[in-house]
Design a protein. Structure first.
Length: 276
């Protein structure tokens, strides 16, 4: 009788052991699958570091420069009821900080010009360096921004001998911006050619809000600023070529004057003007 009871106990223990082993295996599989299918957070997916791993090293560097330096530009004036919204590139020269953007959205004095990153992080204009409405570029000194990485003007601009290669047909380019206030969003394209006025023409896409975005070449040089889409007149009226983007090349910037002003501390109370 005792022998039968011991046999029954052993059998029960074996059944329990098998059940526990099965549960442990099932739990392990569940945890493993759970780890694999864990959804990233919105913050992780929207991170400036979240970039395709399929890019080669040069593409990855150009995209990183574009994304880490992107700013949203907000401008208004005493006469406006709202803000114009553009994009811009955060830059450093010496120990001071700047945004390079398009001029056509700069609407008022420096006190009405701001840049933003995410949420309510707004940074103020210190002074206008250059605002050229004719060529369509602006360089504005701004406050230092802790969550963006500025491009270094001394290293990111093409040298004289590099410009022919950087503007050659089908040369790959990248830009990041805030089209229609969304973003930052990153796009790729290629150089299609040059206009008669020496503006770069890109085969890419842009929308309102993309103006001011810095365009970076495959080699990681900043070659220009997006300013418009191409609009042509045909017998049927005006036609927008939505995939032909006009870029102000940075060789058209008056860098001699810009550097001269940058090297001088801003006089007290001097904020510059829009050049209008």
């Amino acid at each position: 009788m005792l022998k039968k009871a011991l046999t029954a106990v052993k059998l029960a223990l074996q059944v329990i052991s098998v059940a526990l082993l099965g549960f442990a295996i099932s739990l392990g599989i569940h945890i493993s699958v759970g780890e694999r299918v864990r959804m990233p957070t919105t913050s992780e997916m929207g991170s400036l570091d979240n970039v395709s791993g399929d890019l080669d090293s040069k593409e990855a560097r150009a995209v990183d420069l574009s994304r880490q330096s992107i700013l949203q530009v907000l401008s208004t004036s005493e006469k406006r009821s709202g803000f114009s919204k553009m994009s811009g590139t955060y830059a450093v020269y010496g120990d001071r900080f700047y945004v390079i953007t398009a001029a056509h959205g700069v609407g008022g004095d420096c006190e009405y010009f701001f840049v933003a990153t995410v949420g309510d992080d707004i940074y103020e204009c210190i002074r206008y360096i250059l605002v050229d409405q004719a060529i369509d570029y602006a360089i504005v000194e701004i406050e230092q921004i802790p969550d963006r990485e500025p491009v270094r003007l001394a290293h990111v601009l093409p040298t004289n001998r590099e410009w022919q290669q950087e503007t050659s047909a089908l040369n790959e380019v990248f830009y990041t911006g805030y089209p229609n206030g969304l973003g930052p969003l990153t796009f790729r394209g290629s150089v299609a050619g040059m206009s008669d006025e020496n503006y770069i023409l890109l085969h890419s896409y842009a929308w309102p809000g993309s103006s001011g975005s810095g365009v970076f070449s495959y080699d990681g040089n900043m070659i220009g600023i997006i300013i418009a889409l191409n609009v042509g007149f045909t017998g049927a009226g005006y036609d927008v070529l939505e995939d032909l983007v006009i870029v102000t090349p940075l060789f058209m910037v008056d860098w001699d004057t810009a550097y001269e002003i940058m090297n001088e501390p801003p006089p007290t109370g001097d904020t510059g003007d829009t050049g209008e």
